[in-house]
Ligand binder design. Sequence first.
Ligand code: SF4
Length: 376
Amino acid sequence: MVNPSGAGLKPDPADLLCWYDRHRRRLPWRALPGETPDPYRVWLSEIMLQQTTVAAVAPYFARFLERFPGVEALAEAPSEAVMGAWAGLGYYSRARNLHACAKAVVERHGGRFPASEEALRALPGIGDYTAAAVAAIAFQIPAAPVDGNIERVMSRVFTVEEALPKAKPVIKGHVAGLVPPDRPGDFAQALMDLGATICTPKRPACALCPWMTPCRARAEGLQETFPRKAPKREGELRRGAAFVALRNDGAVLLRTREPKGLLGGMAEVPTSAWEADYDVGKAVLDAPLDARWQRLPGHVRHVFTHFPLELTVYFARVPAATPPPEGMRWTPRAGLADEPLPNAMRKVLSHALDVPAAAPARKGRKAAPPDEAEPA
Ligand code: SF4
């Protein structure tokens, strides 16, 4: 009997796999139907895809495979060659871990990636998610990787009321309860594809979804309200790291903020995310380029209308020939006064370089936006 509300129905992995067989994305690192996945390609793509998009990764992936066709070639390569091939992808500690992981696979496992989640997790740069993804996709182990796309799909299908990040174990439990033992890799990739192409953050295409009937959020018309996120508490202190890179010719690394939102369109030195639970101990992972980052003593504090901010400042000198990472620019020190830098960023520059914190009154200079309150 048809059950239009889907209430009480369990999503069927077979329906999802049937959809995947017809609509899977063709990705350069993915094995075609009937092919055996290559653990090196699976691992490389998963590391590269962390915090960036499929479109951004594709040319880097092709270049890496050309230069380092297998894990041995990568392990033997000089570190400058690996960093050079990575340049532009950002998060350079990831490239260092990638290289260290390749060496560990060669030294500890004779050049073959180990076929267990636990042994994968013991390798440099491989966390819970990557270990589960490589185990499932490359080795057909019934593991349950959960990325942002999968979190969204599962929280909607099961209307997970718990907010992220606390909901992660609940969501992982739901995935683990559905993994089909005969096709765990395809199931993981099918969930990723469903989240990327159908169950999108805004306006999911539920009419095309293989789990439309059992999806509880769809039945209640609440799709876009999942996954639940803990409300940001007004006035709560946020923390982050700011990175002041100074080239030997005196230029400073800057970027422009997104046009919308807080300080929209203004200039800034690269920073991490600003979060209540930001872990400063891992700040170097957010550095915009590979350098000897030195943590400066003290903090820079600034009060915005809705929250106070505390930034830990990191400083590095780099050679004059250093190109800017993608989306960033080098501004000569003399040109800083003409940059639309908000007061918080002027304080950061003052902290690191002794640049005056107060913005000079210049004709035509963009004023600090109204959502930036005076410092406490
Ligand atoms: S029915 Fe809609 S909300 Fe539910 S999983 Fe499918 S696309 Fe997502």
